[in-house]
Design a protein around this ligand. Sequence first.
Ligand code: UDP
Length: 459
Amino acid sequence: TDDDAATIQILMSDTGGGHRASANALRDAFNVLHETDPMRFPLPIKCDIVDIYTDYGPFPFNMYVQAYKIMAEYTFLWKWFYETGATPFGLWLYDVVLELICFGPFKECMTRVDPNNVVSSPGGGGKRADMVVSVHPLCQDLPLKILTSLDTDGASRKVGRTTPFVTVVTDLGGAHPSWFNRGVDRCFVPSDVLKNAALDRNVDESKIVQYGLPIRRGFWRFGSEFDMSGSDGKEEKNERAKMNKPAMRERLGLSNLPTVLIVGGGDGMGGIVSQAKAVGERLQKLATSSSTSYQMVVVCGNNKAAQSSLSPPQMQWGADINVHVHGFVNNMDEFMRASDILVTKAGPGTIAEASICGLPCILSSFLPGQEEGNVPYVVDNGFGCYQGSPEGIADTVEEWFASTRAEGSMLERMQECALIAARPDATLDIAKDLAEMLYARREELKKAKKVSAAIAVAA
Ligand code: UDP
């Protein structure tokens, strides 16, 4: 019926943690909009988030996630793959092969939405969603063609796509050309650089919207238009976002000391063991030579080997520093708000999150291609630098902490710069625009239905 929940299918693939994280963030944002402002957002929006390559792609397209993990380790492979794929020939070849092999299976995926029951009915047999959103660089061209073919056949005899299709770019300072297809209805980009990249690919300026990267709810602005207090523990979340550094440290069982946070990315990549050792040794040295003590938190993500080699009995840290080693944490917002310096690989999500928390960054590595541009993004916005070696990272930590004693310290300036670059409203802003597009589309459909009913009566 017309009052069904509206549906959005979000296409992605789990290459890196960021695409699913962004998709989940948008889903949460739709729920918050509907809960907190039902006048403006009256229809609930259900999201069907699908890794279309893993779940529907025939071999070798269903192997992307594994291949990505291998290539992220051996970056020369990734560099070759990325750069070949970015040439005009590479882009063309990919499209041709993908269409040949995946048109049918992807079409099945895009007709699996069941608005009345569960969101998806695996294996197709449902309908297409009211709107399709891509949060992945390889989910533009073919899905657009499929939607056009789906919208074209049927009783209406209308040619062309009517279901809205939107791209939400989840890279930050650089992006593969395949992100941009001029046929989309809207393209959300997080930065000036990516806006220009979209323009270079002939996306119409009127379709490009720049808010920021969609990221998890814990990083959304506190006290915004959509105050989240009220039900199921959300009030507590608000309280947490309000907390200052000492209170956040206490909550996490940390001491109230200058704190370095080392994060290894979702999969724990990026050499965190040697980085943590170098920083730990340096902090111990600093602590011995001054009256200050220091603290280091290492988040290893899913890298179990790194976690155990940094924990006792394998590792004994200096006596004058506090070290906490964790595996994957679900409260990254709290750890970031409790810290003074972040050491991380140049992942777009992590950088955007750090910026919101006013946390200066030392970038320790980047994937050639899409993460390369994240380094100038951080440097030009004045909230961090790149240091490829563990010793270089330790030097920078020492330098930044030393400067805190000076007036108008470097660390404070970088904290301010990070907050200026931050986009804590981006997720809700994107979700609002998408919801409005979706409601407008439903209204059009309703009107069209009424008109055809009237014509049928007249006939
Ligand atoms: N992350 C997390 N817990 C961990 C390690 C990482 O929640 O223990 C999150 C981190 O906050 C970020 C995401 O994982 O949101 C990593 O995304 P990013 O875009 O930085 O890198 P990707 O993994 O996509 O390459």
